[in-house]
Unconditional design. Structure first.
Length: 302
């Protein structure tokens, strides 16, 4: 099925999406792609704006992927609002929205999955063991259907970003992966479709996640090199705000392995529950280092 919404083609059939992409490629167009699960917010729109600048044609997918949800997770109640999503992206100028059904993405007898091993062992992978296998499988399927030259992902889901980059590298997928800085609400809370679940009091508690990230940057900027010291301070701050901690980790930005001391471009990653809603966030840390002349100091990523 293929329909149009102003200038936007709304595509439900994978074969038709492939045909559209093939036409664009034959015309020499550079295809930029943003995969989403819908319930779009300003964070998604910023990804689309970035993609619009780096591509000649812009494709968006909206698909709530059942394979990345655990049996006790929120697949059934995950927010869905196609008409609202289409109205939000209309001003940006999306050329095609791919909106498939479950049976089209996982036809009867489907038995093939893609898995990145090491990058998914810890962090969110520890408490959501099947999550990233579902993510990598659907993203590779979407890449094969949309056939983009470049795909844009948010840095809020940092483990996901690293996992996708690893998959693309390991499987020689000809797609450039671009990460975009996390978009935040005015109070600092990272934008997420799951923020809609938060009660007013839970939202106040959730803001503490970003405050903890900023506090950790302050500690690191004083050249405090112990990851454990920073983690302990962050955990006490989160717990004191009424959040239930899933993890607080300082990791290598490429391998996601724990780093006992801060190192260049180290990443602080947090997952915590505000009520029943699981939220994630992260930041790159900075440390105060001396210049070769030792006459002045500069902040540099760690």
């Amino acid at each position: 099925m293929l329909s149009t919404n102003n200038r936007t083609q709304i595509v439900t059939d994978p074969l038709q999406m492939q045909a559209i992409s093939s036409k664009w490629r034959a015309e020499g167009r550079r295809i930029a792609f943003v995969p989403t699960m819908g319930a779009l917010h300003e964070g998604h729109l910023e990804l689309l704006r970035k993609a619009k600048k780096i591509g000649d044609k812009l494709a968006l997918s909206i698909y709530v992927n059942p394979k990345q949800f655990g049996p006790k997770e929120d697949f059934a109640r995950y927010p869905r609002d196609l008409s609202g999503d289409l109205s939000k992206v209309s001003p940006i100028g999306v050329d095609a929205v791919f909106f498939p059904s479950d049976w089209q993405m996982y036809p009867k007898g489907h038995q093939t999955f893609v898995e990145v091993t090491d990058a998914t062992k810890g962090l969110c992978g520890a408490s959501r063991p099947a999550h990233f296998r579902g993510v990598t499988t659907i993203v590779l399927k979407l890449f094969n259907i949309v056939r983009p030259d470049v795909a844009v992902f948010g840095e809020k889901d940092y483990q996901q970003l690293v996992t996708i980059r690893t998959m693309v590298r390991d499987l020689n997928v000809p797609v450039e992966i671009i990460g975009v800085e996390t978009v935040r609400e005015n109070n600092g809370l990272a934008m997420s479709s799951r923020n809609a679940y938060l009660s007013p009091s839970e939202r106040i508690s959730a803001v503490s996640i970003n405050k903890a990230l900023m506090f950790a940057k302050q500690i690191a900027s004083k050249n405090e090199g112990s990851s454990l010291k920073i983690i302990d301070s962050v955990e006490r701050m989160l717990s004191g705000s009424g959040l239930k901690i899933d993890y607080v980790k300082i990791c290598d930005p490429e391998t996601l392995k724990d780093t006992p001391t801060t190192a260049p471009r180290s990443r602080l990653l947090i997952a915590a529950f505000a009520g029943k809603t699981r939220l994630i966030d992260n930041c790159e840390l900075y440390v105060l280092v001396s210049t070769p002349s030792d006459k002045q100091s500069i902040l540099t990523p760690i």
